[in-house]
Design a protein around this ligand. Structure first.
Ligand code: PMP
Length: 343
């Protein structure tokens, strides 16, 4: 049997997402938080393993809704925000528009589901090219527009007036992916939800210390949530994740203090990286820093030899690597190694 001939063409040309485990001493490649919440695991002991999870994740959504000052009807839970991207594309279809470089899953999922993709390059400042986006909106009428702000892998927030112009011009849904919002100096788009029916906010717990749980949320008009909920798999968020997240989120102070340390370490990393010859870091509002070097492969491999794993982004952004902000000790180890390998 020829499997290649059976598989859908859109899928056969895809490559599996490369999330392979590379052994290392210091892991700064996946924009995770260096701080976990192990004490929250005690909540897992109360789970009835023979029962399905709460399909609506009511308690968790209730807590999130309360924290954000919104209603439960305006939230949809996902097995990570990756899954919610899948659901959005499954529910609304394409064309799907997004800037590049950005988070790769918008394009991968759209392609896997056979939807038309419109990728529009960011400008030289890594901001949205509104002229080109607005003309694509007119011409192609995208049903979905994904804007990651702060953007992965560039680290900057897009100008809010440009995002607003896009929301106002679009006849489709605009998703502002705020995966990195906790680390940003700007407020984010949640306060604008009431003014724009086509605005959807996406958030995740993955970057603030709970990546293992796989939990993401959509925040939107109840009517949008209802439609997306039709394609959601019945028990998409498991009981362990629901219970442990509930326990961890009780202690918001702890989250906030971890975010504070990461933001101050980001500042230190940036300042120190700027001093290293042959290294050009780009300002970041996220928990990672994009930086340019003369020979990204050489620097990436030399760091790995010293046990430090970062992300090689050269295919998305010419000459660039991306480092996640770790603990102060991890960052110091990274800086020390970078100084010796960047020349
Ligand atoms: N959006 C952006 C912009 C991301 O960078 C990532 C993770 N790298 C995600 C979404 C996916 O997050 P999750 O772990 O919630 O699936």
């Amino acid at each position: 049997m020829n499997i290649k001939r059976l598989v859908k063409k859109d899928v056969s040309v895809l490559r599996a997402y490369n999330a392979k485990e590379i052994p290392c001493r210091v892991k700064l490649d996946a924009n995770e938080s260096p701080y976990g919440f192990r004490t929250a695991l005690k909540a897992a002991g109360k789970i009835n393993t023979n029962r399905y999870p709460d399909p609506e994740a009511k308690a968790l959504k209730g807590l999130i809704a309360k924290g954000l000052g919104i209603k439960q009807d305006n939230i949809l839970q996902g097995n990570g925000s990756d899954e919610l991207i899948y659901y959005l594309v499954a529910a609304f279809g394409g064309p799907v528009l997004y800037p590049v470089p950005t988070f790769s899953m918008y394009g991968i999922i759209s392609q896997a589901l056979g939807e038309k993709r419109i990728a529009i390059f960011l400008d030289k400042e890594f901001d949205l090219d509104t002229d080109r986006i607005l003309s694509a909106i007119k011409k192609d009428r995208p049903k979905l527009i994904f804007l990651s702000s702060p953007n992965n892998p560039t680290g900057n927030c897009f100008s809010s007036d440009r995002i607003l112009k896009i929301i106002e011009a679009s006849k489709g849904i605009v998703i502002v992916d705020e995966a990195y919002q906790p680390f940003a100096s700007e407020k984010g788009f949640l306060p604008l939800m009431k003014d724009y029916k086509n605005l959807v906010i996406m958030r995740t717990l993955s970057k603030i210390g709970l990546a293992a749980l796989r939990l993401g949320f959509l925040i939107a008009e109840a009517e949008i949530i209802e439609e997306v909920n039709k394609v959601r798999l019945p028990f998409n968020v498991n009981s362990l994740s629901q219970a442990v997240a509930l326990e961890a989120l009780k202690n918001r102070k702890q989250f906030n203090s971890c975010v504070k340390v990461i933001v101050s370490e980001r500042r230190r990393l940036f300042n120190e990286m700027e001093k290293i010859s042959g290294v050009k870091p780009f300002p970041s509002e996220a928990n990672f820093i994009l930086f340019k070097v003369k020979d990204p492969d050489k620097v990436y491999n030399a760091l790995l030899k010293k046990g430090i794993l970062i992300r090689n982004i050269k295919d998305a952004v010419n000459g660039c690597l991306r480092v996640t902000v770790g603990t102060p000790e991890e960052n110091t180890a990274f800086l020390k190694a970078l100084k010796t390998v960047s020349g």
